[in-house]
Design a protein around this ligand. Structure first.
Ligand SMILES: Cc1ncc(COP(=O)(O)O)c(C=O)c1O
Length: 473
């Protein structure tokens, strides 16, 4: 019979499929083959490490019958661990950032795992950071074992033992370039190490990284591609890179803008019938560059880690993309951009620094009111963010001149207090491509006047009801 005795036999073993590329017709570019990790039984490359980490822990006596598997995970590693736990009879407790997609969290619960939600975007030292919360739960749970994918040698090892050999066998040793994004670093390190060893060092290993991620030299500010790259909170002090990431294996790392990655996966679905996730778009964009550069003799393999079905409410949802400023919208009707241009001539968004004091905020806001030194603040609340141009999730609140003056006057605040202690709700935000009329209606309904305008997820400028009304009339 052609059957399998266990679901665990269906981990990995994913196919390679050739992508049609712009260089195909001209025969000017390399063949690019995509490794479709969404065809692994749990739907991602992380099944491989879920199985390997558990088997290693069992072998080393760290995980015993009746034990509890604990991990901090943005989703896919959790799914891999949860399905292995289900098959082997372990309890699974997974700590998930509230930024992970709803589909991933629902999947974890469907496998019977317990999900503990913690806020995303916290400094690494914060006790509620998912990694710290998971470590605490593992310690306090009898029979608890922390998978620790960021530092567990079984993570790169899983790819060294499976992903690498599969690619070598499938391409009959003809692969010349490997392209993969880098999260924990396990995929690129394990697969890359195997392919370099077996090819006598000729296979080039290229990392693909969201533009602001630290691996390609960014400052770690937030980006919108889930699970790839390395985010670094502005207030994080110590931020060691994962031990699962072996930099010596990687020849270079290419930064890819979120917009480019998102457009790449939307096109791939529509033009080639492959529905993959956001990090696949980052890897794919980099692979197409590598392919165009490397010439017709090369054979590029790009690892696409998971399916687009997990992100239907994000990268494949026009409303989500419009709101963050990733789409141009309908230019035949007035758009938010007509009320508040966000091109290179746009003056910087006036906003206050989260780390400043009440006194500094008062001085800036008064200067703005008096028409003094720029930036000229809005009459109403002013957004508060980090030291450089903030992204939407970094606009943590707002303050108004009137409220701050009243607080100081009543003795509720001192000028030396951190302004962060006096924050009201963040201002609403719109993407530059959204219809102006809808934005105006939303502000009116919420009884608010000022809003932040986003392009590519970055806060670019402000708009208000009067400006929106002027372009819609
Ligand atoms: C969808 C997706 N893409 C990319 C990655 C990064 O892979 P790695 O952690 O092996 O570097 C992950 C890992 O969590 C992932 O879930």
């Amino acid at each position: 019979m052609d059957v399998h005795e266990s679901v665990l036999d269906l981990v990995g073993g994913t196919p390679l499929v050739r992508l049609r590329t712009a260089g195909d017709a001209a025969r000017s570019a390399s063949a690019v083959y995509a490794k479709l990790e969404y065809l692994s039984v749990g739907g991602s490359s992380k099944d491989r490490i879920g199985l390997r980490m558990v088997e290693r822990a069992e072998r080393d006596g760290l995980l015993r019958p009746g034990g509890t598997i604990v991990e901090a995970t943005s989703g896919n590693t959790g799914i891999g661990l949860a399905l292995v736990a289900a098959r082997k009879g372990y309890r699974a407790v997974l700590v998930v950032s509230d930024r992970a997609s709803g589909e991933k969290v629902a999947t974890l619960r469907a496998f019977g795992a317990e999900v503990v939600m913690r806020p995303g975007g916290l400094p690494r030292e914060h006790p509620d950071h998912p990694v710290n919360a998971a470590a605490r739960i593992a310690e306090e749970t009898p029979g608890g074992w922390l998978a620790a994918q960021y530092d567990n040698p079984a993570n790169p090892e899983a790819h060294y033992l499976t992903t690498g050999p599969e690619i070598w066998r499938q391409t009959e040793g003809r692969v010349t370039h490997l392209v993969s994004c880098i999260g924990t670093g396990g995929t690129i390190s394990g697969t890359g190490c195997y392919l370099k060893e077996v090819s006598g060092g000729t296979v080039q290993v290229v990392g693909a990284d969201p533009m602001s991620s630290v691996y390609s030299g960014g400052d770690g500010r937030p980006y919108f591609i889930e699970a790839a790259g390395h985010f670094r909170h502005a207030e994080t002090v110590e931020d060691p890179w994962p031990q699962s990431y072996h930099q010596d294996v990687v020849d270079r790392v290419l930064p890819v803008a979120d917009r480019e990655a998102i457009q790449a996966i939307r096109r791939l679905a529509r033009e080639q019938g492959l529905l993959v996730g956001g990090s696949s778009g980052t890897a794919l964009s980099a692979a197409l560059c590598v392919g165009a550069e490397a010439g017709p003799e090369a054979l590029v393999v790009v690892i696409l880690p998971d399916s687009g079905r997990q992100y239907l409410s994000k990268y494949f949802d026009d409303a989500w993309l419009l709101r963050l400023g990733f789409l141009d919208g309908d230019a035949t009707h007035p758009r938010v951009a007509d009320a508040a241009p966000t091109d290179e001539h746009t003056p910087p968004l006036p906003y206050l620094n989260t780390r400043g004091t009440v006194g500094e905020a008062l001085a800036s806001l008064r200067a703005g009111r008096d028409g003094g030194a720029p930036p000229v603040f809005p009459a109403g609340p002013c957004p508060v963010g980090p030291e450089r141009r903030p992204t939407a999730p970094e606009l943590t609140g707002s303050v108004s001149l009137e409220e701050l003056e009243a607080a100081v006057h009543n003795g509720k605040a001192a000028p030396t207090d951190p302004v962060a202690d006096r924050l009201g709700a963040p201002l609403p935000h719109f993407g530059y491509g959204e219809p102006a009329a809808a934005a105006l209606a939303e502000l009116t309904e919420r009884g608010l006047d000022t809003a932040v305008v986003l392009r590519d997820g970055y806060a670019m400028t402000l708009t208000d009801r009067a400006a929106l009304r002027a372009v819609t009339e």
